[in-house]
Design a protein around this ligand. Structure first.
Ligand SMILES: [Zn+2]
Ligand SMILES: [Zn+2]
Length: 179
């Protein structure tokens, strides 16, 4: 049993993720889609997929704010963030099943080390200056990734649902963004 603690930027909201084996039960991925850029304010979003039942808010539940919207693809996207600092906590699409996608940066330092990225989504939408995670700066990750540039969706050992990207850079199927 490995508890992975985290929380929002201002610290009002705290959570714990409890997994038997983070290596097999959690999957961290980088996503270059337009949704992730807008919501996180960065070049990409980075989330850790876990079973919903593994996630528990331990403090500040009353500060959790929810935003739900169709991103233009007909699929509802659910995001949770802090009502005080605005920091993101988690997201999931209507097709995510029993999984949620916790924003990786909200995990505490020692917890992030247990769930390092395994792949990337929407590589075509990577900003030109942004290296892939197989770059020499991330040797530990690159070691088990195939060439990321050849595919839109890259994960080892998993079938990624095919999907398209809308003209605005948003995924056609939200489920395929993070699933
Ligand atoms: Zn906060
Ligand atoms: Zn995305």
């Amino acid at each position: 049993m490995t508890p992975l603690p985290g929380g929002c930027y201002c610290g009002l909201i705290k959570y714990t993720i409890t997994l038997e084996d983070p290596e097999s039960q959690a999957r961290t991925s980088i996503c270059h889609c337009g949704n992730c850029k807008k919501f996180t304010g960065g070049e990409h979003g980075i989330t850790t997929k876990i079973p919903k039942t593994a996630f528990r808010i331990t403090q500040g539940m009353e500060h959790v704010k929810i935003h739900e919207a169709d991103n233009g693809s007909g699929v509802l996207l659910h995001r949770e963030f802090c009502d005080t600092c605005g920091g993101p906590l988690l997201e999931y699409g209507a097709n995510a099943g029993d999984n949620i996608y916790v924003f990786y940066g909200t995990l505490e330092d020692h917890a992030r080390g247990q769930v390092e990225p395994k792949g990337e989504f929407f590589c075509k939408l990577r900003d030109p200056w942004m290296p892939s995670i197989e770059a020499p700066t991330c040797p530990n990750v690159g070691a088990f990734l195939p060439s990321l540039h050849a595919f839109d969706y890259v994960f080892l050992g998993e079938d990624i649902p095919s999907g398209d990207v809308l003209d605005n850079g948003y995924p056609r199927n939200v489920g395929s963004v993070s699933d």
